[in-house]
Design a protein around this ligand. Structure first.
Ligand code: ADP
Ligand code: MG
Length: 617
């Protein structure tokens, strides 16, 4: 038999390698930015067209390449950064595999221009799918410019696999942030479709963070500094009161390399213990410097995980350093301990200036309608901003006009079962107390054939979700004018997202006066959305859009409805009176899809008398 094994031609090998190194335009951005940094540049410019699908270009003022090196740089395993295996243990460059340029050139149209400082002229190379098309002498400034056009031009499947421009650009910006944060002493700028999206001059670390995330960030930052034999920590954590729902501002850099580490993240969370609202994420921007010999960086180029020799020690040092900073900057003592949750919710009634609530803590909006069900009269039954949440039960109810607190008296419960409700089939809802609350989490309701156990949070999400969807689709959302415009601050990137969702937000009832310069001015909000919750709703929305990395059938409308429903739904732990429980149950079964929450989780289960009987056998 003839031999059948062959060595793959280089361009095929490169294309295969490219599949691993280059997953999307953002991977190209990362590789090119890192090469520019390794070349000792002080100014780096990133130019993007169509979220990198048409063009990714990086221009630097670094040391450039000789003509021979320029040509060699596109060969596989061609690197100037390591010479032997030992060098791997004292890496101080980003690259070392010599794979990136060869891979990129295998799957795109690449143009390189490069010149070293003392040369008069430089080299230009055009290479398409590993084919060198031309090599010329050019006049070009010191440094290197590398453009990557038509990424995946020869791998249509990959190209089709790319997500929407919004999503791809989001990934690019993430990479840009990571690299720019790790190198404040290098100036960076970024242009997307001709617009300057970031201009980050050479600066110190604090300024770099502020330049990226917006001026408002400055007051949030608490410095963290610690130097031990094994670990040097420097950077900042965000003050707890500014913590958001999103994890977008969580950065670890180990020896100037962005890494993800759930373990170290846990160390930070535990340092913040007791200081954060439920679900809030601390922000942090921390640089860890360790001896390169104690980490294993020789990992996959696209991975951001890292292996440490002694993780436990790092955990302990990190946690105590952050704790120390929070304490030193007088943050911990003020917010610590088992305090009333009312005090740190930004949307308490106190702030809304509703004296009746301040004074009468047993205030119950349902009192007049249903005196008999009020069980606990004088003790404050509600732990958390009861009334604020109460209003939200009515979000989406047909509303006659502007809402004020006194409107509560005008609300009538839908006491008849909805047409499509399961009660209809059972047609024997008991007239007396038909619902009970269990653990402030579940609502138990009796039906003829047995009982229903409803998850209150999920059920309410479903109700609100369908309301919002309806409003958005038929654009019927009713607005409630604000007495004073509400001004909220966001980063540029968040502003861009809000702009994209503006139209849908308006259909729910939001009225925007302006969206610009990191500031959103809101003059109207959907009826029954408490003004104090607006910032939370928008933050949640931004975080949802960013984190869920929507797929191709992503619908902004749907996401918006889901996100708002999630923000406004009554929470687990919220105590409900009987009419409130009944109302929720009725509304749930008036929904088109009562069985699941908007995120497809079960909203209720049933247990029939038969099943119960069996349990008692
Ligand atoms: P690696 O970065 O792992 O060495 P690359 O394929 O990214 O591999 O780059 C190959 C070589 O090309 C680098 O080692 C470097 O010598 C040279 N190079 C790439 N980009 C630049 C640049 N912007 N400026 C100067 N040299 C560069
Ligand atoms: Mg490289």
């Amino acid at each position: 038999m003839a031999d059948i094994i062959q060595l793959l031609p280089d361009h095929v090998a490169n294309q295969i390698a490219a599949g691993e190194v280059v997953q999307r335009p953002a991977s190209v951005v990362k590789e090119l930015l890192e090469n520019a940094i390794d070349a000792d540049s002080t100014l780096i410019k990133l130019i993007i067209k169509d979220a990198g699908k048409t063009l990714v270009q990086v221009i630097d003022n670094g040391k450039g390449m000789t003509t021979t090196d320029a040509r060699l740089s596109f060969e596989r395993h061609a690197t100037s950064k390591i010479k032997s295996a030992e060098d791997l243990f004292q890496l101080n460059t980003k690259g070392f595999r010599g794979e990136a340029l060869a891979s990129i050139a295998a799957i795109a149209h690449v143009e390189l221009k490069t010149k070293q400082e003392h040369e008069d002229v430089g080299t230009a190379i055009v290479i398409e799918g590993s084919d060198i098309k031309s090599q010329e002498v050019v006049v070009t400034p010191k440094g290197t410019s590398l453009s990557v056009k038509h990424l995946f031009f020869n791998i249509p499947a990959r190209r089709n696999f790319l997500k929407s421009n919004t999503v791809e650009l989001r990934h690019i910006i993430d990479e840009f942030h990571r690299v720019a944060l790790a190198h404040p002493s290098i100036g960076f700028s970024m242009f997307s479709n001709g617009n300057e999206t970031f201009n980050l001059p050479q600066s110190n670390y604090r300024q770099r963070i502020v330049n990226i995330f917006g001026n408002k960030t400055n007051e949030k930052l608490v410095p963290v500094e610690e130097a031990t034999e094994v670990l040097v920590i420097s950077g900042f954590v965000g003050k707890p009161e500014f913590a958001k729902k999103s994890r977008n501002e969580q950065f670890f850099f180990v020896n100037d390399r962005f890494i993800k580490s759930a373990y170290l993240n846990h160390a930070i969370n535990s340092a913040f213990e007791g200081l954060l609202k439920d679900g809030a994420q601390p922000s942090y921007y921390l640089n860890l410097t360790v001896n390169p010999q104690t980490i294993d960086i020789n990992i996959h180029p696209t991975k951001t995980e890292i292996k440490f020799d002694d993780e436990h020690t790092l955990y302990a040092i990190l946690r105590s350093a952050v704790k120390h900073s929070l304490g030193q900057f007088n943050i911990a003592p003020v917010l610590d301990f088992d305090r009333d949750a009312n005090l740190d919710t930004p949307y308490s009634y106190e702030q809304k200036g509703m004296p009746s609530v301040e004074v009468d803590r047993s205030f119950n909006p349902f009192k007049e309608d249903t005196p008999k069900v009020k069980t606990v009269a004088s003790t404050p039954t509600y732990k958390k901003e009861p009334s604020a949440n109460w209003e939200s039960l009515y979000v989406g109810l047909e509303s006659k006009g502007t809402k004020t607190t006194t409107d509560f008296s005008e609300i009538h419960f839908e006491s008849q079962p909805q047409n499509e409700s399961i009660f209809k089939n059972e047609n024997a809802v008991e007239q007396k107390q038909t619902t009970y609350q269990l653990n402030n989490k579940f609502i138990i309701s009796t039906i003829k054939s047995g009982m229903l156990v409803i998850d209150q949070h999920r059920a309410h999400q479903r109700v609100l979700y369908e309301d919002f969807l309806r409003h958005i689709t038929i654009k019927e959302g009713v607005s409630q004018q604000l007495l004073f415009p509400l001004e909220l601050h966001f980063s540029n990137q968040e502003i861009a997202l809000i702009n994209q969702l503006k139209e849908d937000l308006e259909s729910t009832g939001f009225i925007f006066q302006s969206i610009e310069n990191e500031t959103v001015q809101i003059t109207g909000v959907p009826v029954n959305v408490p003004e104090s919750e607006v910032s939370i709703i928008l933050e949640q929305l931004i975080s949802d859009v960013e984190n869920e990395v929507p797929d191709s059938n992503f619908s902004a409308t749907d996401l918006l409805a889901k996100s708002m429903a999630k923000s406004l739904a009554i929470k687990t732990g919220q105590s409900l009176t009987n009419p409130e429980q009944e109302h929720l149950v009725n509304r749930l079964f008036g929904c088109t899809e009562p069985n699941v929450s908007p995120t497809n989780r079960t909203t209720f289960i049933t247990m029939t008398v038969d099943e119960l009987d069996k349990k008692f056998m």
